[in-house]
Design a protein around this ligand. Sequence first.
Ligand code: HEC
Length: 123
Amino acid sequence: MKLENILTVVTATLFLSIIPIQGAMAASAKDNYRTYCAQCHGLQGNGQGINVKDMSVQPRNHTDTVYMSSRSDQDLFTADKKGGLAINKSVLMPPWGDTLNNQEIHAMVQYLRKLCHCQEGKQ
Ligand code: HEC
């Protein structure tokens, strides 16, 4: 094999082996939502996940622009990190601080803002 060809193969092999490592390190907020939140909040974030029929307190509809704009980013962050109880809501909203780091939770708050098409205090 010519040196050029060998280099091409080596480069391609390195490239292919790097992609999965990066994928594993940085899951997007959307991926995390689908993995950890959708069973209650629904894949579309409308509060209609598969668990809802058995729940005494229904999960928040994250696409509700009016309600979600009334919540601060800090409320959403605290609910996500420490669970419903931390913001005087239902214990059925679990804490995610052991699963997601602060950076991922900040990204999740941004994703929730995308779902509601709203900002803190603004519809
Ligand atoms: C086991 C079901 C369940 C899962 C899983 C779940 N939630 Fe919830 N969540 C709830 C329930 C129930 C409420 C409503 C609590 C209430 O209104 O008292 C809620 C409420 C919320 C709220 C609203 C807080 C507010 O200000 O009203 C946010 C934000 C939230 N969840 C984010 C998430 C995120 C992000 C995830 C995934 C990382 C997630 N939830 C996973 C059940 C769940």
